[in-house]
Design a protein around this ligand. Sequence first.
Ligand code: BGC
Length: 340
Amino acid sequence: MHLYTIRNIHGLEAQLTNFGATLISLKTLDRHGKLADILLGYDDVAGYEHGTYYLGGSIGRYGNRIAMGKFNLNGTTYHLATNNGANHLHGGVRGYNKVVWEAKQLSGHAVEFRYTSKDGEEGYPGEVAIKIVYTLNDHNELRIDYSVDAAPGKDTVINLTNHSYFNLTANPQNTILDHVLMLKASRFTPVDSGLIPTGELRAVKGTPLDFTQATAIGARIGADDEQLKLGKGYDHNFVIDRTLVTTGQQSLVMAAKVYEPTSGRVLEVETTEPGIQFYSGNFLDGAEKGKDGQVYNFRSAFCLETQHFPDSPNHPEFPSTTLKGGGHYASTTVYRFSVR
Ligand code: BGC
């Protein structure tokens, strides 16, 4: 495992590793100008090899769930690894967060990772060549550019994301319940008991999933709501307010904004993707040793995973995740840091 460090002129610093093209740490400023690490992670490679939380990892070939690990493409049914009950989650038993990537430091600001995923890997059809570039610019933005070239001949599905867990207090012994969240999403994809979308795009209005006005994560998390019960909290894909196109890349739009009142840290998320999974760390259970021997407890961090909708290969009505043989896919997400 190799470590790569990128910095900007304001002192922000990100550490990455070629194991899983993983974001290990991210130091950002609080309102007093003090830098601290706001990401969950492990102290050594063994942590990343054995960890089950996907901390900071690059997720693929398909981020999020595919029902029963099964989908049909061009008349063929493909069977994927089922690693989340009956379903497929985050690329399977050995997803992209568990493989070694080729890495190249492009500059003091940027690192590039490449991985060729073979035809049949974790059950997916077709070979794809993936490139992920992380850039930390002087506008305090960590930008992640994904690009994928599919080998000619076979179509596949693709849905890449990053699985960083944030705690903007920089102390994961605090829960994230007082973080104030805004999501630019007036709809979400409700799920069944396996956290698989039913296919409906449901309005958030009048539900505890309405974050169109900035609201503390903990304000309604215990509400008597079927969707919150199914997710054991928030674990839902939100439909970013934008004009949905069925194929092709879109422009970057604002998807989410989080404010942490004690440190003053603000995180904004922009993406070209149609969806964002807001996960309130409900499966963090204190079972794994993280940085400095700490354990990560229930709701000690949140994820904002930009993505296409879960189980899209089984929902032709969702924006398509099909990548044609010989085709190209690109996606960008920006995490911007400031203080208030
Ligand atoms: C999912 C959770 C899952 C977690 C794994 C999230 O992206 O939405 O359901 O438990 O990843 O750490």
